[in-house]
Design a protein around this ligand. Structure first.
Ligand code: NAD
Ligand code: DAU
Length: 351
């Protein structure tokens, strides 16, 4: 194999799209999916590529030094694309420690392994850390997040991601570890776990259940189709400047309420419901604690320096997403039972 690349969190939402892209596009690379399979990890996401000769799965917790070093040793790893994380803001509010363990200690464990195995020859190695726009805080007064915006994380999730970003850059400075970091806006698309706004709302609309909108639905997010995030990761992994940071975004801002209205409209059409039927399900509920008002990414550095651009408009991407969830109802049904029901009960019944 030309390269041996670990993709952490490859059984999750974004990770599975990145694994698929790399496995298919680069048959000369061995892709090692390292995932603990938490509630968010689902090997069903990769059923179509699991038998490819350049794909292997290693079940491991990124906080487990012995397990991670064993993977580095076994495959002579020369690249890491690090996506494994606890990723849901609401869960970070009820259980912050889980986020600190995985996102901070887990990232440090991977960095330590990379330094240990690569220290004698850093040539051709790369540690690519996938981060979020939430580390920059909330844009309450307009403007956009650029790569030089100061960090101002405001939830346990974003604080844990910010800590991991700092560690990655510190290892670059201190140990000369070749790193690159990207900070992306909200993703949507196939295989997203239905705790996140779009698949949760899809599932509730489909089942004629209330759609919980936090506060007044005025919060703004910048949405990017997950396939476009995967293509940006491919571009940055291969063309990004070592030591640099790249912001990734869709230039596509929506208030939550407008987004939900658009989703309702698409769902009415797809489910042959009278126009306006699904909107009746919109229910304003208690706001998220410390809810960031607006995120918006300036991705001009990535667009200009590395010639990346998103491939779909939001309307097209959302329609494709709805079609995927409708065609893959078994995938969704397998998730929204058992422990998911318990989570939903705890999260929404007191709101
Ligand atoms: P996800 O929650 O869908 O998947 C996370 C994956 O990581 C799961 O497969 C899970 O099993 C695995 N994992 C969790 N803890 C682990 C551990 N200790 N050891 C090994 N594996 C573990 O997450 P996602 O939405 O796909 O996000 C992936 C990455 O992208 C995260 O780092 C997240 O911060 C970042 N990100 C996400 C978004 C978004 O909108 N979803 C936007 C920007 C950045
Ligand atoms: O910005 C990037 C981040 O986007 C990623 O780093 C995170 O991993 C990812 O989860 C996402 O965070 P958000 O908190 O923005 O996503 P979420 O889908 O949870 O919520 C989107 C918006 O919708 C947010 O303003 C909260 C609101 N919301 C969410 C849920 C789950 C609701 O109004 N109702 C809900 O039930």
């Amino acid at each position: 194999m030309e390269r041996n690349i670990i993709i952490t969190g490859g059984a999750g939402f974004i990770g599975s799209h990145v694994v698929r892209l790399f496995v298919k596009k680069y048959p000369q690379y061995r892709i090692i999916n390292v995932d603990k399979l938490t509630y968010a990890g689902n090997l069903e996401n990769l059923a179509d590529i699991e038998k490819e000769p350049n794909y292997v799965f290693e079940k491991a917790d990124i906080t487990d030094k012995t397990a991670i070093e064993a993977v580095f040793e076994k495959y002579k790893v020369d690249g890491v694309i690090h996506l494994a994380a606890e990723s849901h803001v609401d869960r970070s509010i009820t259980n912050p420690n889980e986020f600190i363990f995985t996102n901070v200690i887990g990232t440090a464990t991977l960095l330590n392994a990379a330094v240990k195995f690569w220290k004698d020859n850093m040539q051709g190695k790369l540690f690519y850390h996938i981060s979020t726009d939430e580390v920059y805080g909330s844009l309450d007064d307009g403007g956009f997040f650029t790569e030089t915006t100061s960090y101002d994380p405001r939830s346990p999730y974003s604080a844990s991601k910010a800590s991991s970003d700092h560690l990655v850059r510190a290892y670059n400075n201190t140990y000369k570890l070749p790193v690159v970091v990207s900070n992306c806006s909200n993703n949507y698309g196939p295989n997203q776990f239905p705790e996140k706004l779009i698949p949760l709302a899809f599932n509730n609309i489909k089942n004629s259940k209330p759609i919980p909108v936090y506060g007044k639905g005025e919060n703004i997010r910048d949405w990017l189709y997950v396939i476009d995030h995967a293509s940006a990761i491919d571009t940055i992994f291969h063309k990004g400047k070592v030591g640099d940071t790249y912001n990734i975004g869709g230039n596509n801002e929506w208030t939550n309420i407008d987004l939900i209205r658009l989703l309702c409209k698409i769902m009415d059409q797809k489910l042959n419901r009278p126009s306006g039927e699904s909107e009746k399900l919109i229910t304003f509920v208690k706001d998220r604690a410390g809810h960031d008002l607006r995120y918006a990414i300036d991705s001009s550095k990535l667009q200009q320096e590395l010639a990346w651009a998103p491939s779909v408009t939001f309307e097209t991407g959302l329609e494709k997403t709805v079609e995927w969830y409708l065609q893959n109802s078994q995938w969704l049904n397998n998730i929204v039972s058992g422990t998911y029901e318990k989570y939903y009960e705890q999260q929404y019944n007191s709101r």
